[in-house]
Design a protein around this ligand. Structure first.
Ligand code: FES
Length: 780
C-alpha cells in the first residue's frame, strides 16, 4: 500500500490517517516510532540499528526526528541521482532548532553560514563546482603525498616508543586537520581551538545539544565563523598562494558572479570541517575495524598492496558519514511511498552500505570485495564529496605507516564513545598498545625507508591478492594436475559462482595466469584448479607443474566471474574441449542442482587425457556425452546443437578452433545463445594517431569530460574524479560498464553481445569510445 503523507498537518504526524487501516489507527510502526539517531544504538552501529528497516520498512516516518528515513541502497542512490527532486538545501540546516538565546549569540558574531558545495541547488551549484574542482583531481592531489607522509611519520615518531597511544588524540585528528589547512592554504592556527570549533560546528548542525549547551556551542561556532572571515581577508591581500582558497579567490576575479564573497566565507568554514573531520573519523573507524579483525590486520601488514582495497572496504563497512539529508521539492515517490514536496529525508548511507541487495554478505568485512567502491560514504553524483581522493590518500598513508612500523599494535581495553549526531561518526578516542621492544625499526632501520605506493583514486581489483596454501596436488589426467588451495589459517574462502576464475601469480617469474575454478562452489574449504602443461607454455603452466609443491604458498587474485551461468535458463548445452572442462564442470553441477534440463558434451583427445572424467560420469550419468577422438567419437556440433531453440543456452570453453566451429554452427541461433569465456583480449594498445577525441557529458555529476585521442574513457573519467570500477582493463570482464543515455558507441569489448551492442545503452569504459569522435551522454 502506498502511504500518503499529508503536508497540511503541520507540527503533527504528517501521515494521513484517514487513508490507513492500521489496527491502532497510526501507521508508524513500533520500530519507526522508537527510531532515535541520537541514541547510543545508532551511534555505535547505524547499519545494525536500522537493519529492521532495510529488511521490512525501507522508507519510514520518524516522529522523533520529524523526517522520513530511507535505508536501502537503490533508493538512496536514486535520491542522490536526482538532485532537483531531492534538494540538498537542508544538508547543513540545524537538525535540532536552537533556542532564542543561542540564535542571538550566533547573530552577535554576524554568523551567516550560507550556501556551500554541500547544500547548494542548481543552477548555481554546478558552475561553482566546476570552477573549483581542479585542485581535487588525482593529478593535483599527487603533489600533496610527500607532505602527508612526512607529517604522518613525525606524528608516529612522537609515540612509537611509548607502547601505547590514543590515536585520535595523538594523530588522527591533527594530521588530517594540518593536511586540510595545507590543502586550503590556511596558516596553521591553534589546533586545539580549531578542533573545538569543528566539533561545535558538528553539534550545532547535526547534533542535539541540550538547551544549556546551545549557548556555548553558539559562541564556538560564532568564533569559528569570524576566524574563517579573518583568514580569508588576509588571503585576499595576496591570493597567489598554492591553496584551494587562494585558487577560489583567483577564480573569483575571473568569475565574480559564480564565486562570490559569501560563498567563499561559507566554504572556508565548511571546508575546514569537511576536509578533515570526515577523514579523521574515517581513519579512526578504519583502524578500529582492522584491529578488531587481527587476521585482516596481519594480512595488510604482510601485503601492503592490499591497503587501497582495505581502505575502500573500511569506508563501506564503517565509514565516517552515517547519513545525509535531502528535502523533496516536488511530489514524488521513494520505495513505493508517496512523498509530497517539502518532505525532509534522512538518507542513511551507512545502511545502504550494508544492503544485502547490493553487497553480497554485506556485514562481512572483506577487504577483497570487488564492489566495495560502490559505497555511498562519499555520496554520489553532482554532490559527491570533492575531497574523496584526498581522504583515500591520507587513509592509505596512515595504514601503510602504521602497519609497517607497528604491526604488533592491538586495541586496548576500552568502550568507544561518539559525538551524538545524525551524520558524522567516529570514535572520540582510539586507544592502542604494543610492546615497544618489538618495534621492527629497532632491529631493522630499513623499515623506515620502504613504502608502498599510494593509489590516488578508486582502487583497482588488480591489487587485491590473497595467499593460499597448496593442500595437495593430484594427477588428474595425462599432463594435467589438480591443485587444492586452502586458506593458510584454515578459514573459509569466499564463495564463488560457476564460471569464476582466479589469477595465480607464478612465483617470482612476474607471470600471472588465469585458471577457472572447478569442483564444488559450495565448498568454501578449498579452491580447486586443474592445470594442463601447455606444450607451448609461456611459463605459467610449466612453472605450476615443475615448481609448485604441496605446502607451498601461492598468491592469487579473485575469484572473478566473466562467464556466468544464467540460472534462470530452461535448457542448457554445456560443451567442454580439453582443459576447458574446468568452468563448464562447475556450471553443469549447478545446472543439475537447479533442475535445469541440460546435456554436457566433453570432447578430448583420449579418455586418459580428459581430466575429472570419472567424477563427471558419476555426477551426470546419462546427461554426459564423452567425445574421445582416439575412440572415433569426434563431436558433431550440428548434431549436438540441433535446430535453433530460443529456450536453450550454450556454454562452451575449449580451444579456439572449437569455439570458432561452434560460432559458425550457431549463426542461425538467437544472438545471445552461445556464451563463451574470453581470456585473451584482441585489443591492441591505444594508438593516438588512429583515434579521435570525443566528449562525454555526465548526467548525474553535471560534468563534461573531454577524452583525448590518446586516453581511454576510463582514464579520463578518473582524471575528472569520477569513480568507475575496473578489473581487466582489456574489455574482457565487464566491471567498468557504464550506462549510456545518448550517443553512438564504438564497442571494442568482448563482453557485450551483438544485441546488447545494438541496444546502445551500455559500454565498457576501459576500451570503448564514441563512434566517429561524437558525443556521449552517460549516467554517471
Ligand atoms: Fe574489464 Fe573494462 S575493466 S572490461
Amino acid at each position: 500500500m502506498s502511504q500518503s503523507p499529508s503536508p497540511s498537518r503541520a507540527g503533527g504526524c504528517p501521515i494521513d490517517h484517514s487513508a490507513l487501516r492500521a489496527p491502532d489507527g497510526c501507521p508508524v510502526s513500533h520500530n519507526a516510532a522508537a527510531f532515535d539517531p541520537f541514541e547510543d544504538g545508532y551511534q555505535q552501529d547505524p547499519p545494525d540499528y536500522v537493519r529492521w528497516s532495510r529488511e521490512q520498512e525501507p522508507v519510514f516516518y520518524s516522529p522523533k526526528l520529524g523526517y522520513w528515513v530511507v535505508t536501502r541502497y537503490a533508493d538512496i542512490k536514486a535520491i542522490f541521482r536526482d538532485n532537483l527532486t531531492f534538494s540538498p538545501a537542508i544538508a547543513l540546516e540545524k537538525i535540532t532548532p536552537t533556542g532564542d538565546e543561542a540564535n542571538a549569540v550566533l547573530a552577535s558574531y554576524g554568523y551567516a553560514m550560507n550556501r556551500t558545495l554541500v547544500n547548494e541547488d542548481e543552477p548555481a551549484h554546478m558552475p561553482r563546482r566546476r570552477a573549483l574542482m581542479e585542485p581535487f583531481t588525482p593529478a593535483e592531489l599527487a603533489h600533496h603525498e610527500p607532505m602527508v607522509r612526512q607529517l604522518t611519520r613525525e606524528y608516529v615518531d612522537r609515540f612509537i616508543d611509548d607502547g601505547r597511544a590514543d590515536l585520535v588524540d595523538q594523530m588522527l585528528w591533527e594530521v588530517p586537520l594540518t593536511v586540510a589547512l595545507h590543502f586550503l592554504g590556511v596558516p596553521e592556527e591553534d589546533m586545539d581551538l580549531l578542533r573545538q570549533y569543528s566539533i561545535a560546528h558538528t553539534v550545532n548542525t547535526w547534533g542535539r545539544p541540550k538547551p544549556e549547551e546551545q549557548v556555548a556551542v553558539a559562541h564556538a561556532v560564532g568564533n569559528f565563523w569570524q576566524l574563517a572571515g579573518k583568514i580569508l581577508d588576509k588571503m585576499r591581500e595576496d591570493p597567489s598562494g598554492p591553496g584551494w582558497m587562494q585558487y577560489g579567490l583567483r577564480k573569483q576575479r575571473e568569475l565574480p558572479e559564480v564565486v562570490t564573497d559569501s560563498y567563499l566565507h561559507s566554504m572556508m568554514m565548511a571546508g575546514i570541517v569537511a576536509a578533515h573531520e570526515t577523514t579523521a573519523n574515517a581513519s579512526a573507524n578504519a583502524i578500529k575495524l582492522l584491529l578488531q579483525h587481527p587476521d585482516v590486520w596481519r594480512e595488510i601488514c604482510e601485503d601492503p598492496a592490499l591497503i587501497p582495497n582495505a581502505v575502500e572496504e573500511c569506508l563501506r563497512h564503517n565509514g565516517s558519514v552515517a547519513a545525509w539529508r535531502r528535502i523533496v521539492t516536488r511530489d514524488t515517490e521513494v520505495g513505493g511511498i508517496a512523498l509530497p514536496a517539502g518532505t525532509k529525508l534522512l538518507i542513511v548511507t551507512s545502511s545502504a552500505n550494508h544492503d544485502e541487495q547490493h553487497f553480497a554478505d554485506a556485514d562481512l568485512f572483506d577487504i577483497r570485495r570487488d564492489n566495495a567502491s560502490d559505497q555511498l560514504t562519499f555520496g554520489y553524483g553532482s554532490h559527491q564529496c570533492m575531497g574523496k581522493n584526498l581522504a583515500r590518500m591520507e587513509m592509505q598513508i596512515f595504514l601503510e605507516e602504521l602497519t609497517r612500523r607497528l604491526p604488533h599494535m592491538r586495541l586496548a581495553e576500552q568502550r568507544f564513545t561518539y559525538v551524538p549526531n545524525t551524520s558524522f561518526r567516529g570514535p572520540e578516542h582510539l586507544r592502542v598498545e604494543w610492546d615497544p621492544a618489538r618495534n621492527p625499526e629497532r632491529n631493522d632501520p630499513s623499515v623506515l625507508s620502504t613504502r608502498a605506493s599510494v593509489r590516488i583514486g578508486e582502487p583497482s581489483g588488480h591489487a587485491a591478492s590473497r595467499t593460499v596454501v597448496v593442500e595437495h596436488i593430484d594427477p588428474a589426467a595425462d599432463g594435467v594436475v589438480r591443485l587444492h588451495l586452502a586458506s593458510p589459517d584454515g578459514k573459509a574462502l569466499p564463495r564463488w559462482s560457476p564460471g569464476s576464475h582466479i589469477d595465480v601469480e607464478c612465483g617470482n617469474t612476474g607471470i600471472s595466469r588465469q585458471y577457472s575454478l572447478c569442483g564444488d562452489p559450495a565448498n568454501t574449504g578449498a579452491f580447486e584448479i586443474a592445470v594442463l602443461r601447455e606444450t607451448e607454455s609461456r611459463g605459467g603452466s610449466a612453472w605450476i607443474h615443475d615448481s609448485v609443491r604441496r605446502g607451498d604458498r601461492l598468491k592469487i587474485r579473485g575469484p572473478r566471474n566473466h562467464f556466468r551461468l544464467d540460472e534462470g535458463c530452461r535448457k542448457a548445452i554445456f560443451i567442454a574441449g580439453g582443459i576447458g572442462v574446468t568452468p563448464v564442470s562447475a556450471m553443469a553441477r549447478r545446472a543439475r542442482e537447479l533442475g535445469i534440463d541440460y546435456t554436457f558434451h566433453y570432447c578430448g583427445r583420449s579418455r586418459s587425457a580428459m581430466a575429472m572424467l570419472d567424477e563427471l560420469v558419476a555426477l551426470h550419468g546419462e546427461r554426459l556425452r564423452v567425445h574421445a577422438r582416439d575412440a572415433g567419437q569426434r563431436a558433431d556440433f550440428a548434431e549436438i546443437l540441433g535446430a535453433p531453440d530460443a529456450d536453450t543456452q550454450i556454454y562452451a570453453c575449449g580451444p579456439a578452433r572449437m569455439i570458432e566451429a561452434l560460432e559458425a554452427q550457431c549463426a542461425a541461433w538467437p544472438e545471445d545463445a552461445l556464451r563463451v569465456e574470453h581470456f585473451v583480449s584482441a585489443l591492441g594498445t591505444l594508438d593516438p594517431s588512429k583515434e579521435q577525441p570525443f566528449t562525454v557529458e555526465l548526467k548525474d555529476s553535471g560534468l563534461t569530460v573531454e577524452v583525448p585521442a590518446g586516453q581511454t574513457l576510463l582514464a579520463a573519467l578518473r582524471g575528472a574524479n569520477i569513480d568507475v570500477q575496473s578489473d581487466c582493463e582489456e574489455g574482457l570482464c565487464g566491471s567498468c560498464e557504464v550506462r549510456v543515455l545518448a550517443g553512438d558507441v564504438d564497442h571494442r569489448d568482448v563482453v557485450l553481445t551483438r544485441g546488447e551492442r545494438e541496444a546502445n545503452n551500455r559500454m565498457m569504459a576501459c576500451c570503448s569510445r564514441a563512434a566517429r569522435g561524437g558525443k556521449l551522454v552517460l549516467e554517471l
